[in-house]
Design a protein around this ligand. Sequence first.
Ligand code: CTP
Length: 475
Amino acid sequence: MQNLKEHITHLVFKQIGAVSDRQGNDTYIVGGFVRDLLLGRNRQLSDVDIVTVGSGIELATRVAAALRPGLKVSVFHNFGTAMFRYDEIDFEFVGARRESYRLESRKPIVEDGTLEDDQQRRDFTINALAICLNSNRFGDLLDPFDGVTDLENRILKTPLAPEITFSDDPLRMMRAIRFATQLDFVIEENTLAAIESQSKRIEIVSKERVSDEINKIMLSSKPSVGFKLLEKTGLLALILPEVQNLKGRETINGIGHKDNFYHTLEVVDRISKNTDNLWLRWSALLHDIAKPVTKRFDQRLGWTFHAHNFVGERMVPKMFERLKLPLNEKCKFVQKMVSLHMRPIVLSEEEVTDSAVRRLLFDAGDDIDDLMTLCEADITSKNPDKVIKYMANFQLVREKLKDIEERDALRNFQPPVTGELIMETFDLKPCREIGIIKSAIKEAILEGEIHNNYEEAYQYMLKKGAELKLVTKEN
Ligand code: CTP
């Protein structure tokens, strides 16, 4: 039997062992901590799961008292669990259980059980490994389902028949795909088949839990692995039908369009090499989301996806709301990226003029760098000449952006002449002329006729006022 004592040096583990010895209960570390330890995965340790053959609540309370009088223990009587935080790590305690779920509900029927009962009701063999903390067996690895072999072969497999494990908690179907993506593991054949046959049951799981898993897939180094598995198993159509709809290509009169699902996944993988920003990655996933609904075949032009960026922008909050993702500035950011995602490309296809760059900077504001990152990821052409051309043009756009930003400070544009000043100068009450002058000034700045400063804007206001036959107060 493998012994891992040299790896479990944290003082809390020793303390848990000592208290368990005194109480006469066997206690183990289980789950992700053991898995990651054996995988040599270097992650910031944030939580550890402890299972004891006895009361988890009692053990947590006693260990906490022994560690530091007054250390706060959170108790969840409904679940029979308790936790405390020590050294920035959450230690979560539970009593070993036998558990089964009823088909129509997530509420389990729970009874006390042995360690092995507890291990077999966990999700995957690699998450069912346990390390003993009692002094006489401190560090012993207990692996009744051969999880170590599955770790070595990089396989995800359920301890029980997969139908039972997934029916106990259908979120585990998503977890299988998430772990496969995060850890670069393969889902064993029968396990994968069970996900396909039970995918429909994901609908009983709360949206928040599902979205948490999507986000973890999204934050992996190659998210496409997960999205392809979600698609293959039928889960994607249930949780992200809009993304599912991107799949497929149609041909009319011998003219086809690209498969937007695979294109999107390529964009997500490409952007993931350059950013860890979850919402920028979401923007990549959703940038073409309205292509299926805006798709038309035009005899002259071929396939068109007219205004898919604006239609997509409106789809984003609906999707976020359904998925219980934040509807605050994160959602607005994704909307903005979706709506602007074609602008730098269009710009670089044509001659890169100063005024077009100025307009882009004005519309994107502080999100301009993220927008450029998205656009660069969006270039997935198989034609190397095209890619070289686009990338060179992007370089030019970036240089111009920098140059114009230095001169005109357009990122967070504030009108250099306010409505109040216009009213004051021409002795006006609120009226449409004020708006006309304000937007004429903005246009003149964007077109490069004047610089973004008070002096030039003031003179321009006087000129515009005269054109509108307004008289200044002094006259
Ligand atoms: N678990 C389970 N079924 C679930 C969720 C969790 O069987 N639906 C078990 C697994 O044994 C898992 C442990 O509870 O290892 C802890 O779960 P969690 O903290 O969610 O995940 P970790 O495996 O620790 O992995 P990560 O921290 O990467 O999410």
